[in-house]
Design a protein. Structure first.
Length: 74
């Protein structure tokens, strides 16, 4: 039972496996590049929209881009 507790957190995923197929998992890319919350969510949703959230994830991407645009350019 404790064998899964010894795994590195990027070796497990709660609620699916839609990120595990990437050479670089979105969380690794986000953390290594020190992306902010909105930028990180854009990366996350752009990676998974075809396999999980479909149109809803695309709408989330648009929303996060609008938030960034508003913050930096309004």
């Amino acid at each position: 039972m404790t064998h899964h507790l010894n795994k590195h957190p990027t070796q497990k995923q709660i609620g699916g496996d839609h990120y595990k197929k990437y050479k670089i998992q979105p969380i690794t890319f986000i953390l290594e590049n020190e992306l902010g919350f909105c930028e990180g969510n854009i990366v996350k949703y752009i990676c998974r929209y075809k396999h999980k959230g479909k149109e809803q994830d695309l709408n989330k991407i648009i929303h996060y881009v609008e938030l960034l645009k508003s913050k930096h350019y309004d």
